[in-house]
Design a protein. Structure first.
Length: 48
């Protein structure tokens, strides 16, 4: 359920960014690595 809420929130923000034509503050590769880091950190905490 938490993942679904996170996905919904991300999709909503993405739609708002597109509607307002806001440029992403980070280049796409940097943003993707940041997201990967957050997911890895969350997974590590769940394992502990």
């Amino acid at each position: 359920m938490v993942y679904a809420k996170a996905l919904l929130a991300g999709a909503l923000v993405g739609v708002l960014y597109a509607a307002l034509r806001v440029k992403s503050p980070a280049p796409p590769p940097v943003a993707l690595f940041g997201l990967l880091g957050m997911l890895a950190g969350q997974a590590a905490l769940e394992l502990l």
